[in-house]
Design a protein around this ligand. Structure first.
Ligand code: AMP
Length: 521
């Protein structure tokens, strides 16, 4: 099939040609015609399949006519991380270069001033992370009642990161009459329920079986003692033909430690994790994309969905806690038909996680030995549990107040207010605190009047009218933050039960001919 057969406008087709794409990918082929017809779409697709263009291209065609009013964006795209949001913004710039659409990127870690100015000028496309969008909405800087196209990208990741109540809240501010496009790499029941709640009579498009790694990635696992993992990694880095690689750690702390260790052994390594200031994150990623940094030690939150052309290797310095994350991590390589290699360093305590990955990808990852390093064996679950509690006791002995459970939890964007962060920093031992220049930039560095804007009359009025449910949600949000502070493992929704969970998961009803023609018109 050709792009010209999908119904896209001539200027979008020109931009596609400039970019050098010759054929639409399967998700583009399936989704674009439905989006252009105004239908809601439920897309099950991983990053790397051309998913971003499957919604950005038709959105540009749809938004080409019409004008945005101040503070009233015409479309909204929600992304779970800042990097992904920035990547989608780049796609809009590339594919929309022959159009005059205005765009704003609302992400945390950057000052409000520029973002607010942009909104004031009117934007056609608003790309945001949920936390920052809610902050700006609460300040009265933005109105969502003119949104015509709404995109939720990486919905399963949003769920993992605890963003669903925020998203429910955002959706409650959107007009009922809108087009919604919903993408997720996996479709577990809770995601399907969410889709049922947000979408109206959607077209479902699926391009790869959920959570299956690409055949273009060669996988291997090294099972060594925990203390030998760095040596094993260095050996692999020296013997493999590594052009560039992501090296994933489960904890932010280890990202920094491993990066320094690699540097001290002469490797060209950078670090990327959610606690770094945004400017540093952007700068590091740019340097990595340009090839100035060869190895990027990172956490899941920073690397999710990142598209680095021709990445040759992925190393899992830690076995990921969630099996799905394994698929996402190794999916950074072997993209666009190229071959890639993924190595996982496992230790005796990781047996349970490795089995879960095997079940998910329906095969065992081949074990390889490393010359000069003693191979280890997985412990039984009981032994592993005892091993972990010994680790906890050691942590306590060292006065390490951060319990191991927290360390073992995947990293989440830290959106806690400043006071809470400070309190937590006080509780942390000094050496664990981020150095001054590593602390995220918060609003408090901005001029006072920006920190405490006067509430506009409209905002004050809408706050007065805010339904009780919203206030309850606020309280839940605060409580979830508090729970984060306590380092309790996050399982499901805690005692918050979002409304969509109470609805039954239904397959969408068949399309009635009359309804179809009115929606497709
Ligand atoms: P995504 O799944 O959106 O992260 O896209 C993955 C990569 O595929 C990006 O580098 C895109 O530039 C590239 N891509 C998207 N659509 C096409 C296409 N039709 N032909 C070739 N490459 C594409």
């Amino acid at each position: 099939m050709l792009f010209s057969e999908l119904g896209l406008g001539p200027d979008v087709l020109r931009a596609i040609e400039d970019k050098g794409y010759t054929q639409p990918t399967p998700i583009q082929e399936q989704a674009i015609p439905w989006v252009l017809q105004g239908r809601d779409v439920l897309g099950c697709a991983q990053t790397g399949t051309g998913k971003t263009a499957s919604f950005t291209l038709p959105m540009i065609s749809i938004l080409a006519s019409g004008r945005a009013r101040a503070r009233m964006p015409r479309s909204l795209i929600l992304e779970p991380t800042r990097e992904l949001a920035a990547q989608v913004a780049e796609s809009f710039e590339t594919y929309g270069k022959h159009h005059k659409l205005s765009m704003a990127l609302l992400i945390g870690g950057e000052t409000f001033t520029e973002q607010v100015k942009r909104l004031d000028r009117g934007v056609d496309v608003l790309i945001a992370t949920p936390g920052r969008l809610i902050d700006l909405f609460e300040r009265g800087n933005i109105m969502l009642n003119d949104i015509k196209v709404f995109v939720i990208d990486e919905a399963d990741r949003m769920l993992d990161m605890g963003f669903i109540p925020d998203i429910e809240r955002i959706v409650s501010k959107l007009p009922k009459q809108r087009q919604t496009l919903f993408f997720s790499a996996t479709m577990p029941p809770e995601i399907r329920r969410l889709a049922d709640a947000f979408l109206s009579n959607p077209k479902e498009v699926t391009v790869a079986p959920p959570a299956s790694p690409s055949e273009t990635v060669t996988q291997a696992m090294v099972l060594v003692h925990e203390d030998d993992k760095r040596k094993a990694l260095r050996h692999l880095l020296r013997t493999e033909d590594v052009k560039n690689a992501f090296i994933f750690c489960n904890r932010k702390r280890d990202v920094a430690i491993l990066q320094k260790s690699l540097e001290s052994h002469g490797f060209n390594a950078g670090a990327l994790h959610g606690d770094m200031v945004q400017s540093k994150r952007t700068e590091t990623l740019e340097a990595f994309k340009k090839g100035e940094i060869t190895l990027l030690v990172c956490s899941d939150v920073a690397a999710r969905g990142l598209d680095v052309q021709g990445l040759s290797h992925v190393f899992n310095f830690d076995v990921p806690i969630s099996a799905e994350d394994y698929v996402h991590r190794i999916g950074r390589t072997g993209r666009a038909g190229r071959m890639g290699r993924a190595f996982t360093l496992a230790s005796p305590l990781d047996g349970k996680q490795v089995s879960a990955i095997g079940r998910l990808i329906k095969r065992e990852i081949p074990l390889i030995a490393i010359d000069g390093l003693e191979s280890a064996e997985f412990l039984s679950e009981d032994e592993a549990r005892r091993g972990r509690s010994r680790g906890r006791a050691k942590d306590k002995e060292r006065g390490d107040r951060a319990p191991r459970e927290r360390a073992e939890r995947p990293e989440r964007e830290d959106r806690a207010p400043r006071e809470e962060r400070q309190a937590r920093e006080e509780r942390q031992p000094r050496e664990e605190r981020p150095s001054r220049d590593e602390r995220p930039v918060r609003d408090d560095r901005q001029p006072r009047e920006e920190r405490q804007p006067r509430e506009s009359l409209a905002a004050a009025e809408s706050r007065r009218q805010e339904p009780r449910r919203d206030r309850d949600r606020d309280r839940d949000r605060r409580r979830r933050r508090d729970e984060d502070e306590d380092d309790t493992p996050v399982i499901g929704f805690g005692d918050h039960m979002p409304a969509f969970m109470l609805r039954s998961a239904r397959r969408p009803a068949p399309i009635e001919p009359a309804e179809q023609s009115s929606q497709e018109g």
